[in-house]
Unconditional design. Structure first.
Length: 151
């Protein structure tokens, strides 16, 4: 079974009136933050934090070939396991795992473990996926950023 050629995955919290710095303070464990957890930039190991008007996004390093389970762990491991925090954020905002997958051939596969689905579901995290062929990625200069994908 051939895996998808490449995966880009990010955790996005978005919505009306969102305060990205508050989201950082509530989600990022202090011991995990490379710098001040309320500041955008390198954060939580190799993940990158983006705070923009209306959204808070944590981007996992690109994976080639696709390894969704590992990327989800990179995003969730440094974050709180307090389900009350996740429940509150999911109630107030849209919380999604946004994925961009690039195919190098006509038929490629991906797998997501039951444990990864459990981790996402327990936190109220939805899944948004876009799958691109090499031709579509070339038309976009080969740089598809999941943080810019529309829901």
């Amino acid at each position: 079974m051939t895996q998808l050629n490449e995966a880009k995955v990010c955790l996005c919290v978005s919505g009306q009136g969102i305060d990205g710095h508050e989201v950082s303070r509530r989600l990022i464990l202090p011991k995990s933050a490379a710098t001040d957890p309320a500041r955008p930039g390198p954060c939580c190991g190799k993940a990158r934090l983006l705070i923009e008007a209306g959204s808070w996004t944590l981007v996992a390093p690109r994976s080639s070939p696709e390894d969704m389970d590992h990327q989800v762990r990179q995003l969730l491991d440094p974050l709180t396991t307090d389900m009350a925090v996740w429940e509150d954020l999911a109630r107030r905002y849209d919380v999604h795992l946004i994925c961009a997958f690039q195919m190098a051939s006509a038929i490629e596969n991906m797998s997501i473990s039951a444990e990864t689905f459990r981790l996402l579901g327990a936190r109220g995290i939805g899944l948004v996926a876009s799958i691109y062929t090499r031709r579509a990625a070339d038309a976009a200069d080969g740089d598809i950023d999941p943080a810019t994908l529309d829901d």
